[in-house]
Design a protein around this ligand. Structure first.
Ligand code: UDX
Ligand code: UDX
Length: 436
């Protein structure tokens, strides 16, 4: 059993703290957001993540996890201090490091014993060295020993608990091999490959992994746009490609593109790092451009089908950037709604989990509905933006009766095109050329 402190109780920090507690460690989670901490003491989760509430509740009852906004309380007897605060995009794409800096400074001011600082947040290559410099200045001649380990997270929202408990790999980077070995012991019971390397390489593995996954999606979306024109079926293309073990079937689902708090931020940050070091990341820039185009593509498609969108009623199913999360950060649906609103369309929308967060970011004139059927009542077209399970088997006969027009634009290729065409809908997918 180890004494672990986690700074930041967001999508990454809270999952990390709860899972370490579930593995039997003693965990203290700190956040600067008092409301968030108060809620956690009452069992209120600050994020929508399937399975999280249960493991937090179990650990809290067993007194293996606690929550505070107070650094001295958080760091008392901590052997390992994990940083999982936000690293949002700055104006020109670079990672905004103010929160990491503030957390490191607070740790340096407060901690009174030797510790290992573990960076979980996605940070520019070289951050570990920068943190070490900050701490060296503070702890020189103090007798307090510290080491820095980079331990990037690979958690997907909606499956974060299983991604933590059954990871494909754990990556650790440090100048102090013994420190990496200590952190490796925390993950030993997960029985997964553990790669131990240096700090910059570990930081780079995170960016390179996310950038590659984003590139894979942008690739299939470019192929989908060609399939639309040549009359090919991108789903079968992806299946055919994915059977090649060098390609693999995952992350080849064509659609309105990638969003979330990581891909957009991390690909932009990697572009910025490359440019800062004097090289032009042409492929990464194309990956970003293709992704931006996918959002505009569906709006152009609706204009092509419906003509002038002014006054047209568009029903949108799904708002979160992907299913099984409430996260609206960089959600494709939010951008699409913005473009449709600019063209004067009347928009109604529904999402099973993201309604609260949507209120704060969608244009005020968007009608937020209670259920999918309310969204499409009188609609000229229905756009699927997020492939939630509850949209998989809607009552399409009922939908046909409720709609004014019968255009369906399936932004995630979720539904069966032939079935909907047979019901009388004008079905359009992304890359399903024969339904163009
Ligand atoms: C964050 C980073 O955005 C991501 O790049 C990294 O991979 C993991 O950590 P996430 O957990 O989604 O991801 O961040 P967010 O949901 O924004 O939560 C960050 C939390 O840190 C917030 O609760 C915020 O209140 C807290 N925080 C922020 C602090 O406790 N201290 C600070 O100084 C700043
Ligand atoms: C991602 C990485 O997968 C994870 O390893 C990293 O730690 C954080 O960023 P996340 O952003 O939570 O996780 O979701 P993910 O499932 O990767 O989806 C990202 C975006 O890509 C979503 O908008 C999703 O809709 C889109 N996507 C995903 C596709 O458009 N097609 C696909 O085939 C897969």
């Amino acid at each position: 059993m180890s004494k672990i402190t986690v700074i930041g109780t967001g999508y990454v920090g809270l999952v990390t703290g709860a899972c370490f507690a579930d593995l039997g460690n003693s965990v203290m989670c700190l956040d600067i957001d008092q409301k968030r901490i108060d809620g956690l003491h009452k069992g209120i989760m600050p994020i929508f993540e399937p399975g999280l509430e249960e493991i937090v509740e179990r650990a809290y009852r067993a007194k293996r996890i606690d929550f505070t906004t107070d650094y001295p309380t958080a760091l008392k007897a901590a052997e390992y201090v994990f940083i999982a605060v936000g690293t949002p995009s700055g104006d020109n794409g670079e990672a905004d490091m103010q929160y990491v800096e503030s957390a490191v400074k607070k740790i340096a001011e407060t901690i009174d014993h030797s510790f290992i600082l573990v960076d979980k947040s996605t940070v520019p290559v070289g951050t570990g060295d920068w943190i070490a410099k900050m701490l060296q200045d503070r702890f020189a001649d103090s007798g307090i020993k510290f080491s820095i380990v980079s331990n990037p997270e690979f958690l997907r929202e909606g499956t974060a608990i299983s991604d933590f408990m059954r990871p494909d790999r754990v990556v650790l980077g440090s100048t102090d091999r013994a420190a990496s070995n200590k952190i490796a012991e925390l993950y030993e019971s997960l029985r997964c490959p553990i790669l131990i390397t240096d700090i910059r390489t570990a930081e780079m593995i995170k960016y390179a992994s996310n950038a590659f996954l984003a590139a894979k999606i942008s690739f299939i979306n470019e192929i989908a746009n060609i399939c639309d024109r040549v009359g090919a079926n991108v789903i079968d293309v992806a299946t055919g490609m994915g059977l090649d073990s060098r390609i693999g079937p995952k992350f080849l689902n064509a659609g309105i593109g990638w969003g979330g708090s990581c891909f957009p931020k991390d690909v932009k940050a990697l572009v910025h790092i490359a440019q800062e070091y004097g090289t032009q990341p042409q492929l990464l820039q194309a990956v970003i451009e293709i992704n931006k185009y996918q959002r505009k593509y569906v709006v152009h498609k609706l204009e092509e089908i419906l003509g002038d969108l002014k006054g047209k009623r568009i029903g949108i199913l799904g708002l979160a950037f992907k299913p099984d999360t409430d996260d609206m950060r960089e959600s494709p649906a939010a951008d699409i709604i913005k473009y449709l609103d600019q063209k004067g369309a009347n928009i109604s929308a529904y999402d099973p989990a993201a309604m609260e967060l949507s209120k704060a970011i969608l244009p005020k004139q968007v009608t937020l509905c209670e259920n999918p059927y309310q969204v499409i009542e009188g609609a000229d077209a229905l756009l699927l933006a997020t492939e939630w399970n509850e949209f998989k088997q809607l009552d399409f006969e009922k939908i046909y009766q409720l709609m004014h027009g019968h255009v369906i634009l399936d932004g995630r290729n979720l539904w069966d095109p032939q079935n909907l065409t047979d019901l009388g809908f004008h079905y359009y997918g992304i890359g399903l050329g024969q339904y163009n």
